[in-house]
Design a protein around this ligand. Structure first.
Ligand SMILES: Cc1ncc(COP(=O)(O)O)c(C=O)c1O
Length: 466
């Protein structure tokens, strides 16, 4: 017998690996100077109630809404995932058509099942190097021309830090009396500096979800859902948030949100040194040719409106994969990055990073870059049609009976779960869609390259029984 989770975490802790990944507190005591044991408490009468707040939680949520420029903001202790499920439940009725960017997170698909809505998937643009860009405005017009759409859901920024043109999208959505939900889980820090992309709420989004634990000094699962503009029923939103939250919410999580909001909005200087470190780092990385930093020059291409400078998205332009580079960084240099994909890595920084840690990463990448020879690598295409209606709604798929078929026999079958290469976690085949031979070929190539694929069990795919 052993304490399996505890033992592994202690072992990892002892290695003192530099964390270029979430959670955004980076174990930095300066940003979390408190003892979680003391704050791990329950509703005692003096600690308010997350589900019907009238005291400290109400005040903390109000202060958060003020900071974000929202009409209302609510805490979710179930991460951005809970927030995204709540956003669908709050804005849509069963049977509604919802325009869903196909690069949405798994939690959006859960929301689609729970709300019983009919998604129309819209694909993001894909860069030459296989990353998800923004959503094409032309495709959005086309979708609104063809369908009666209750709400649209987009991811902005993406995992790699690319934002969509939220303002233009919001204008189109509102002209069609529809609601814009933005998954801004990776952009909670945008509010703290104009060096970051503009916040979706300030660009006209109706509902926005921010995972504070990802890019700000908060405990894992700390997230906020906000609304603005009066298009969303306030009662429904509160009910939906309550449905995705436990009745025993973690006070350490809520306190970490509240503390970070207070600390960071009072002391703007905290971002000054961090932003200087980022600027210097990006400057140095710009010299690398093989390990190529994605920089501002991508703005305006592939419907990418802006780039988040806090993320180091580095393309691996040689014959090792991003997965291998991630392993080298960990094994040889004791650096753990957030994401190691087929052709790129993403290193996530936050205001709580030690500037020395960021500098160590930059030095390592520049040294490795000198040793690696640049080569052209053919990319595995991972895109599907621009606008597509699945053969079966996510809810019908969820309640259908299933059967597992070998990948070689899967063409023409309906995917019972989204088939998601991980990283980056974007469905190649969203649930309910028909699997094609092209998908099967792509999956074979991804697996051969060592990419793990969720929604598959070794070489089998779960499909809807015929
Ligand atoms: C784009 C996106 N949205 C939502 C989520 C879910 O957020 P959380 O981890 O806070 O539940 C993730 C998680 O990685 C994500 O990448």
């Amino acid at each position: 017998m052993a304490a399996y989770i505890f033992d592994r975490l202690r072992e990892l802790g002892e290695k003192n690996t530099y964390p270029l990944h979430m959670p955004g507190h980076k174990r930095n005591l300066r940003f979390m100077p408190y003892d979680f044991r003391v704050y791990d408490i329950t509703e005692t009468g003096k600690t308010d109630n997350l589900h019907e707040p009238t005291d400290i939680i109400a005040d903390a949520q109000k202060a958060m809404a003020e900071l974000l420029g929202a009409d209302e903001s609510y805490f979710t202790v179930n991460g951005g995932s809970g927030g995204m499920v709540a956003s669908v439940l709050a804005c849509c009725d069963p049977g509604d058509n919802v325009l869903v960017a196909s690069n949405c997170h798994k939690s959006v698909y859960s929301g689609l099942v729970m709300a019983g809505v009919n998604p129309i998937y819209i694909s993001p643009q894909i860069t030459e190097e296989g990353l998800c860009g923004g959503i094409s405005i032309r495709d959005i017009f086309r979708a609104f021309d063809d369908y009666d759409i209750k709400a649209m859901i987009i991811t902005s920024p993406t995992y790699e830090g690319f934002t969509c043109d939220v303002k233009t999208i919001a204008d189109i959505v509102h002209k069609h009396n529809s609601i814009l939900i933005v998954d801004e889980c990776h952009g909670a820090h945008f509010i703290f500096s104009d060096k970051f992309p503009k916040c979706a709420l300030s660009q006209g989004a109706d509902v926005v979800v921010n995972s504070w634990h990802k890019t700000l000094p908060c405990l894992n699962q700390a997230a906020v859902i906000s609304s603005k503009g009066g298009r969303v029923d306030s009662y429904r939103l509160r009910e939906a948030v309550s449905m995705v939250n436990t009745t025993s919410p973690s006070y350490p999580i809520m306190a970490s949100l509240d503390y970070a909001r207070d600390l960071l909005s009072k002391d703007k200087n905290l971002f000054v040194e961090y932003l200087e470190t980022l600027t210097d780092a990006r400057h140095e990385l710009a010299h690398c040719k093989t390990l190529k930093l994605v920089n501002d020059s991508i703005k305006g291409q592939h419907d990418i409106a802006d780039v988040d400078i806090s993320k180091f998205t580095i393309m691996v332009r040689t014959d090792i994969t991003g997965i291998k580079l991630g392993k080298i960084l960990l094994d040889k240099y004791n650096i753990q990055v957030e994401l190691a994909g087929l052709h790129h890595i993403v290193a996530l920084t936050t205001v709580a990073d030690d500037p020395k840690g960021i500098k160590k990463f930059v030095k390592t990448i520049t040294e490795l870059d000198k040793k690696l020879e640049r080569k052209y690598i053919e990319k595995i295409p991972m895109t599907s049609g621009a606008v597509a209606v699945p053969a079966m709604s996510p809810r019908d798929v969820y309640f259908s009976s299933k059967e597992t078929v070998g990948i070689e026999n899967a063409a023409g079958r309906i995917a019972a779960a989204s088939i998601v290469p991980y990283p980056p976690g974007i469905p190649l085949v969203p649930m309910g869609q028909i699997i094609t031979q092209e998908h099967i070929d792509t999956l074979g190539r991804l697996k051969a390259a060592g990419v793990s694929v969720m929604g598959m069990d070794s070489n089998n795919i779960i499909t809807v029984r015929k």
